[in-house]
Design a protein around this ligand. Sequence first.
Ligand code: HEC
Ligand code: HEC
Ligand code: HEC
Ligand code: HEC
Ligand code: HEC
Ligand code: HEC
Ligand code: HEC
Ligand code: HEC
Ligand code: HEC
Ligand code: HEC
Ligand code: HEC
Length: 421
Amino acid sequence: MIGSLSARISLVLPNTDFAPFRRAGTLIRASVLTMGLVGLLLAVTPGHLRAETDCLACHADKGLQDSAGHSVSVDAQKFGSSIHGVLKCGDCHADIKDYPHPDHIAQVECKTCHAEPSSQLAGSVHSSSKDHPCTSCHGDAHSIFPKTDARSAVYPLNIPRTCGACHGTEGMAKKHGLPSVYPLYMDSIHGFALSKEGLLVAANCQSCHGSHHILSHKDPQSPTYKANIPTTCGTCHAKINVDYQGGAHGKAIAAGNLKAPVCTDCHTAHAILQPTESAFRMQSTPICGSCHKDKLSTYRDTFHSQLGSLGGYVETARCWDCHGAHEILPASDPRSPIAKANLVATCSGCHKGANLSFVQYQPHANAHDRKLNPALYFVRLFMNLLLAGVLTFFVIHTILWLIRARVDQIKKKSAQGETNA
Ligand code: HEC
Ligand code: HEC
Ligand code: HEC
Ligand code: HEC
Ligand code: HEC
Ligand code: HEC
Ligand code: HEC
Ligand code: HEC
Ligand code: HEC
Ligand code: HEC
Ligand code: HEC
């Protein structure tokens, strides 16, 4: 401490090779050192404490403990390099001016200097200041760094671990009945990009939830409220959001139809997969089908689906290959890939040489619907009647044949008996 004080003095003095100056500097430094030592002795005796250096004279001692055996030591170097290193201990511990300390020491109030984050926190899901003191996210009160510093607990690469301490498999949030999202996130495309590739622009918890004003997804003000999700994801995935907003689903959401899907209905919020992965491609058809049940069941009847369900992953036509994924438009929209005029182009993506007659094939053929697919309906009816007719004919034929065979057998037996007699 005294060393650093004399070091500061030497900064004030001109740094020169001029001998008289150098000698004067040494002299001053020596006397500062002596004065400092005397001052320290005065300071630690009961009475009025003057500066933060006085506090550290005791608290920099790594072994210093209170009567209950808890450490009350402060890492002077870490504190000095932290964002609050410029402050005096008393700026935060405002009620400690003397030693021995008062019996009851007031809690440090971060809000005296940081009013805005404090009021935002007070209106959030983490409002209880007992369960969620500022230090629950910012870490050790004496080593807080700016959010742009890699040592900060809220530096983008460190945020998932900071939130995950409570929102993991064992954390406090679990006890409140909340799902454990940290492991899901870490295995997602965003978690992988952040933790394995160190990609600072990948989404971390804060990108989607905010930091101090975190709200439940049920609150219409929340960035995770269903109708707000496309905008939240769209801050980074801007082009996809524009496509989505122009499609049937985006328009339905904008019109207040919350039954339509947003990004997370198809991608999930925390377990987002790379869309080229077969795991994602396998699960997407049932996801579209969970809302479009009739289209799923008709799709299931077609060659495309049966090929896909032969087991394992097969590159066949899935819902979005024909409809697109984000700018999904009804058949009546001339820009839609399923509009009559565009079908040749849509199918020939996979069927080289597809022509107008090829695209007569109906991907959602519903043979049970006479009005929608009359030709198919009657073909199905005819085929069923034919099948029933053929089956009936063969059943009767077999029965008659069996009777005939039995009669022949009996006749043969009685003829044999007559010759033997
Ligand atoms: C003479 C040594 C000494 C000095 C100087 C000193 N402290 Fe302490 N401090 C202690 C000891 C020992 C404890 C353990 C509890 C106790 O005995 O009061 C302590 C405890 C504390 C605590 C924790 C109280 C608690 O119960 O959690 C704080 C905060 C604190 N000191 C701040 C300061 C500040 C700020 C200064 C300077 C203004 C300072 N101390 C100066 C020795 C000192
Ligand atoms: C930015 C504000 C801030 C500054 C500056 C600060 N402290 Fe603290 N200090 C805290 C907070 C917050 C706690 C946690 C306890 C609480 O909430 O009251 C704490 C706790 C302590 C404790 C109790 C033991 C512990 O580590 O939890 C001691 C001792 C202490 N501080 C000493 C000091 C000393 C000595 C200095 C100056 C070198 C200092 N503090 C500067 C905010 C600060
Ligand atoms: C639930 C976790 C959490 C809690 C609790 C929390 N913070 Fe933060 N804080 C963050 C995150 C995350 C950031 C980084 C924000 C960013 O990157 O823009 C941050 C950033 C900050 C900043 C930097 C300026 C800014 O807003 O970008 C200050 C100052 C701050 N917090 C103060 C506080 C104070 C004071 C409290 C207590 C009243 C507190 N924080 C409680 C998570 C938290
Ligand atoms: C006495 C006033 C004071 C108190 C009390 C105080 N701070 Fe600070 N804090 C500051 C100052 C000054 C800065 C530096 C601001 C700057 O450089 O932009 C700062 C900066 C910060 C930053 C970094 C902001 C950034 O740019 O990323 C965080 C985080 C922070 N404080 C959190 C806290 C927390 C948590 C507490 C309570 C434990 C607290 N502060 C208590 C004065 C204070
Ligand atoms: C100290 C533990 C702790 C930390 C750290 C923490 N949380 Fe929480 N969080 C909780 C608890 C406990 C709840 C439940 C609050 C309640 O219901 O009273 C909660 C609630 C939430 C909710 C609302 C859930 C709902 O729908 O009701 C979200 C979202 C959330 N936290 C996100 C975060 C994010 C993001 C971070 C990091 C920036 C974070 N939390 C850091 C403990 C924590
Ligand atoms: C890509 C955006 C995104 C990221 C990154 C993200 N979340 Fe979420 N989170 C959401 C959305 C959207 C919801 C709303 C519920 C839903 O759709 O599943 C949510 C819901 C939650 C909930 C409430 C669960 C519930 O059912 O009420 C918690 C807690 C939570 N997130 C914590 C976190 C934590 C902790 C992290 C970081 C490890 C994180 N989230 C990362 C978007 C995200
Ligand atoms: C803070 C910016 C940000 C936000 C917000 C964000 N993402 Fe991402 N996302 C990224 C980055 C960066 C990547 C690229 C990671 C990589 O390729 O390694 C990515 C990758 C993806 C991928 C994989 C795409 C591919 O081709 O690799 C999907 C799917 C995805 N995000 C969906 C979402 C959804 C859904 C949301 C909202 C719930 C969302 N993202 C919010 C930044 C963000
Ligand atoms: C109806 C389901 C659905 C919705 C809603 C949806 N997506 Fe997708 N998304 C998909 C499918 C399916 C793919 C794979 C497309 C492919 O491989 O051709 C995909 C692919 C992606 C990709 C990878 C890049 C690409 O274009 O292939 C990103 C990133 C992405 N989506 C983000 C988003 C975002 C952000 C939103 C919300 C604005 C969103 N998605 C809404 C189903 C959906
Ligand atoms: C969460 C439920 C949900 C999911 C998942 C979903 N959709 Fe939709 N979809 C809707 C709703 C609701 C509408 C009707 C919008 C309207 O009324 O304008 C719609 C409209 C459509 C339309 C336009 C037809 C029309 O009648 O306007 C097509 C095509 C479509 N969806 C295909 C898909 C495909 C392909 C997927 C999967 C990639 C999918 N949907 C996933 C709910 C869903
Ligand atoms: C091989 C291409 C193809 C596949 C795969 C496909 N569709 Fe279609 N879909 C079409 C065509 C063409 C139409 C328009 C003619 C019709 O209604 O049969 C259509 C019509 C629709 C409509 C009604 C659109 C409107 O404007 O009325 C919905 C909704 C739909 N499909 C959803 C799905 C879903 C969900 C899946 C996956 C389970 C799927 N489709 C798979 C080609 C396909
Ligand atoms: C993503 C690729 C893809 C798209 C797009 C696609 N199909 Fe297919 N389709 C296949 C595959 C793979 C098969 C099975 C292998 C084969 O026979 O070529 C198949 C088989 C078929 C079959 C039965 C076998 C045959 O070749 O005669 C018909 C009929 C068919 N598709 C019609 C269509 C029509 C009509 C469209 C446009 C509405 C379409 N497909 C779009 C991939 C696709």
